[in-house]
Design a protein around this ligand. Structure first.
Ligand SMILES: Cc1ncc(COP(=O)(O)O)c(C=O)c1O
Length: 396
């Protein structure tokens, strides 16, 4: 076999979302773009705030030495200073620029975090349901994702997590607001998690790190502030991107920040910066680094997402779907009527509705709907949701 075994195994496993994307393209060709209701992709369609284009124009017009050139691997100092200040202010953790690495979105920040914490064969624990790509990012570093099912309301099952912490656990990965459940973890549960990690690190003789994945921090509906897991445990690595907060996922800009009191903080930061080179990207995009530093706290208004969430939730509730209203991110994660998520997503396809089975998120029996689609599309899809629901009357 010419293809490397790791890649061959990954391809053989197949990606549910990739398959759905191909099927969606075929359906769009057959029925027309407007008649296929694609709820699969978390690809924000709300326009970036106008300040984003203004910042880009200003940067392009200004005379800046080496504007488009290589820079230090960790990124531009002015941007790292901005990130350090904003993390210090928003998380109450005194991060300094030397602990910040600018990255190619949150995905590469996560991959760097795994690179510096995971040895081959190590486990990383995450609360299920969890983002589909975690296991893939981790497999590159020969680590294994170990999913602990969350509680009925999608909160952290602290006892379940504690029971899984052994000497082969490198880290716990926490994503709040959560993709796909929309859950936001409470300060109390994060405090309790920190105590558990502290105890387990002593018991196993190995420091367990916490990796906090926060790309949806600004996409929240009813909260005054989202407790950041990074604020509660010293041995933490924060991974962030502007993909969702500025609606610019294709521009690939994010960062990682190490908690200043983390064990081996300096080594972790130097390792992450060095690994940007080893993983094949030398710098995060220069133009984007300059832009985000100028934009400060600007982010997309969440009103459009809130209207879609409420419209979709009202329609689904009326048809008898069972779900918890998401408090953040832009996904709804209902129970699959009949209990078989793959069968139910197939039934939705008959209505030209595309959804992702929960199996991909480690939660069979549920399915994910991304409401990165216009209100008209949501409205037009509701009769199809209702008909599909009616085909599974057993749990009506
Ligand atoms: C929970 C979560 N983490 C990380 C990512 C990756 O983000 P990025 O596109 O910035 O790499 C995503 C993307 O959808 C996500 O949903």
């Amino acid at each position: 076999m010419a293809v490397a075994s790791q890649v061959a195994a990954m391809l053989a496993g197949g990606s549910v979302i990739r398959k759905l994307f191909t099927e969606g393209e075929e359906m769009r060709k057959l029925h027309g773009r407007d008649r296929v209701y694609d709820f699969t992709l978390g690809n924000p369609d709300v326009e970036p705030p106008p300040e984003f284009a203004a910042a880009l124009h200003a940067i392009l017009e200004e005379s800046i030495p080496n504007k488009h050139g290589y820079m230090a691997s960790a990124g531009l100092m002015e941007t790292r200073e901005f990130v350090a200040e904003s993390v210090t202010a928003s998380r109450g953790v005194p991060v300094t620029p030397d602990l910040v690495t600018m990255t190619v979105g949150a995905g590469s920040a996560l991959s760097l975090a795994f690179a510096v914490t995971v040895n081959p064969g190590d486990r990383v624990i995450a609360n299920a349901p969890a983002f589909v790509s975690y296991a893939n990012y981790l497999s590159v570093h020969r680590g294994v994702l170990d999913l602990v099912p969350g509680r009925e309301d999608f909160s952290l099952d602290l006892a379940g997590i504690e029971s899984r912490l052994g000497p082969d656990v490198a880290a716990i990965l926490v994503n709040s607001p959560n993709n796909p459940s929309g859950a936001i973890y409470s300060a109390e549960s994060l405090q309790a998690l920190a105590a558990i990690l502290e105890r387990a690190s002593v018991r196993t003789g190995r420091r367990i790190y916490l990796i906090s994945d926060e790309p949806y921090r600004e996409i929240v509906y009813d909260e005054l502030g989202v407790p950041s897991p990074f604020s509660f445990y010293d041995h933490s690595i924060l991974c962030y991107s502007w993909s969702k907060s500025l609606s610019i996922p294709g521009e690939r800009i994010g960062y990682s920040a190490i908690h200043p009191r983390a064990e081996d903080a300096g080594l972790l930061a130097r390792g992450m910066t060095a690994m940007t080179q080893n993983m094949g990207y030398t710098n995060a995009p220069a133009l984007m680094q300059r832009a985000v530093a100028r934009l400060g706290t600007v982010s997309v208004p969440v009103e459009a997402y809130r209207r879609r969430r409420d419209l979709l939730a009202a329609g689904l509730r009326e048809s008898g779907y069972d779900f918890i209203l998401p408090r953040g991110a832009f996904y709804l994660f209902p129970k699959a009527p009949g209990g078989d998520d793959v069968a139910f997503c197939t039934a939705l396809k008959d209505e030209r509705i595309l959804a992702v089975p929960g199996t991909g998120f480690g939660m069979p029996g549920w399915f994910r709907l991304s409401y990165c689609v216009g209100e008209n599309s949501i409205r037009d899809s509701l009769p199809g949701f209702s008909r599909a629901r009616a085909r599974f009357p057993a749990d009506a």
